[in-house]
Ligand binder design. Sequence first.
Ligand SMILES: C[S@@+](CC[C@H](N)C(=O)[O-])C[C@H]1O[C@@H](n2cnc3c(N)ncnc32)[C@H](O)[C@@H]1O
Length: 219
Amino acid sequence: MATHVCPIWVGYFLASRLRKLLQNPTRIIGPFVRPNMTVLDFGCAMGFFSLPMAEAVGPGGKVVCVDRQPEMLDVLKRRAARAGLLDRIQCHVCPKDSIDLKEYDGALDFALAFTVLHEVSHPDRILSDLGRLVRSDAPLLLAEPAGHVTPQEVEHMVALAREHGFVMTRALLIRSAHAALLTRAATQEATISEEDAGVRSGTAAKASDEHNRESRGRR
Ligand SMILES: C[S@@+](CC[C@H](N)C(=O)[O-])C[C@H]1O[C@@H](n2cnc3c(N)ncnc32)[C@H](O)[C@@H]1O
């Protein structure tokens, strides 16, 4: 059972420009987020992904930002206000083991859970909520930090997600992460090109391991 929650000081580091050199948020969410969409950033912290998502949905869209630590959301709101994006952001402090947000049942066009599930004590409950919240054919991008979370743990999360109606459609190659694209519909066609996001089929852990090995080799 997970007990560790990301400290606030790490939240500042995660939202820093430096991280963009490793994980470019606009490029990562780009293939999935379009104007006028309603999207979710679960475990958003200070909005490293939420702000680029708000840019991508445009003035007609909405980003629902969920975190269990209100301090993270306070900083996110300040950053969004500075960027002129506050009107497209809705912040929600959730309880420890639930996303809640019933008013969005079946309404989300995309959901992101980036390096958060390993901090959740009952990921099955969160995956059940996610299964309820996303539209039937909408993608869920699940990513966990490589090195910190083992490939086996990620495979376990994907297996848990399967119990809540998700199927993995692609492993995504994101530096320093094990990432998988899931959908509740088995027939989800590929929406991104290999060039866009470096997509390979196979398990999330296998593909990201290969990718991270290749990246290290290049350095
Ligand atoms: C490691 S940070 C990742 C933040 C962000 N997704 C990113 O990649 O920059 C994890 C975040 O998830 C939040 N979190 C942890 N457990 C949570 C839960 N059960 N419900 C909602 N948020 C949670 C933490 O407060 C923290 O802000």
